[in-house]
Design a binder for this molecule. Structure first.
Ligand code: URA
Length: 235
C-alpha cells in the first residue's frame, strides 16, 4: 500500500500533520536512511523503512483488541469528564481506534476495540443479527415464564417486540444468575428486557459477541490483541 509520509505517521499516532511537518523540517524523519523534509512523499508501507525521531515506525493497517471492560468507564473514544475504554488501551499504535458498539458505564465484559470499520459494521448491522451473550444477575427469581417471554419477544417500548432471545437460568433465588443471548443491540436492551418482565438487573457482563468469546484470563480493565485466528473467524 502507498500513502503519504505525513498520513503514515499521523495514523501511527506520532502527532498531528503540522507536528509531523515540523519534525521533518528539523531533519527528524528518515525514509530508507535518507533524511526526508517533504511530508507528501509517497511511502510504500510494505517495503520502506521509516524512522521518526530516531525510532523505527512500522505501519499497521488494522489493530484488534479484546478488552474486559470494567465498570465505571464509558464506551466512547473521548469524553470530557469520564475515563473511556480507549484510555485503557495503552500501547496501541493507531490513532483511529474505536469500540465496536457500546456497553453501559456499569456493564463489564467483552468489548472489541479496532479501527476496522467494515468488521464493526458487520458485527453491528441490525440486519446481521449477530448473537451477544450476557451473564446477568437479576433481583428476584427468574422462571420458565421469563424464558418463554424472551423466546417470544417482549415489549421494551420500541416499535416491535424484541427478537427471540435465549434465556438460560443458572441459579434462581433472591438474586438469580442467568445467561441471556440476544440478536440485536438496542439501547440498554438487556436491562429493558428484564424490566419488561418486572425484574431489575443488578450486574451485567458480556461474555460473547458473534464467535468471539471473552478471554476469562483477562481481569476487568485488562486487554489483549486478538489472535490471527480470532480475527479470521470474526471476518
Ligand atoms: N444491554 C444493556 O442493558 N446494557 C449493556 O451494556 C448491554 C446490553
Amino acid at each position: 500500500m502507498k500513502l503519504r509520509l505525513d498520513k503514515y505517521l499521523v495514523e501511527m499516532g506520532k502527532g498531528t500533520r503540522s507536528e509531523i511537518k515540523r519534525a521533518a523540517s528539523k531533519g527528524q524523519i528518515t525514509v530508507n536512511e535518507q533524511v526526508v523534509k517533504k511530508t507528501d512523499l509517497k511511502i510504500d508501507t510494505e517495503n520502506d523503512i521509516v524512522f521518526f525521531q530516531g525510532t523505527e515506525v512500522k505501519y499497521l493497517l488494522y489493530e484488534y483488541y479484546m478488552l474486559n471492560k470494567p465498570a465505571g468507564v464509558v464506551s466512547a473514544t473521548t469524553d470530557r469528564k469520564e475515563k473511556t475504554v480507549l484510555d485503557l488501551i495503552e500501547d496501541c499504535k493507531r490513532n483511529d481506534l474505536f469500540p465496536v458498539g457500546r456497553l453501559d458505564k456499569d456493564t463489564e465484559g467483552l468489548l472489541l476495540i479496532t479501527n476496522d470499520g467494515m468488521l464493526a459494521h458487520q458485527l453491528l448491522s441490525p440486519k446481521k443479527h449477530v448473537a451477544k451473550t450476557y451473564f446477568v444477575k437479576v433481583l428476584g427469581e427468574v422462571t420458565s415464564s421469563d424464558i418463554q417471554a424472551f423466546q417470544t419477544g417482549v415489549d421494551i417500548g420500541e416499535k416491535k417486540p424484541t427478537l427471540p432471545a435465549t434465556l438460560e437460568i443458572q441459579h434462581s433465588a433472591e438474586i438469580s444468575e442467568v445467561l441471556l443471548t440476544i440478536h440485536e443491540g438496542k439501547f440498554h436492551q438487556v436491562k429493558r428486557m428484564f424490566e419488561a418482565v418486572g425484574k431489575k438487573v443488578l450486574y451485567l457482563k458480556r461474555l460473547q459477541m458473534g464467535n468471539l468469546k471473552l478471554d476469562e484470563t483477562l481481569s476487568p480493565g485488562e486487554y489483549r490483541e486478538l489472535t490471527k485466528e480470532e480475527v479470521a473467524q470474526l471476518c
